[in-house]
Design a protein around this ligand. Structure first.
Ligand SMILES: [Zn+2]
Length: 46
């Protein structure tokens, strides 16, 4: 596992998130269009 910077949706009901490397320029959730917030998650190495 690897600590990875991700952006996750601020809507608790939404599971949308993206790796920092792949976020869209406007930083909006790909699933619901809400704003996203940066956090660290442990993810499998790619
Ligand atoms: Zn969302």
């Amino acid at each position: 596992m690897l600590e990875t910077e991700v952006y996750s949706c601020m809507d608790n009901a939404c599971i949308g998130w993206m790796r920092k490397d792949f976020v869209t320029d406007d930083l909006l959730c790909p699933m619901c269009g809400n704003e996203m917030t940066a956090e660290i998650r442990e993810l499998p190495k790619i």
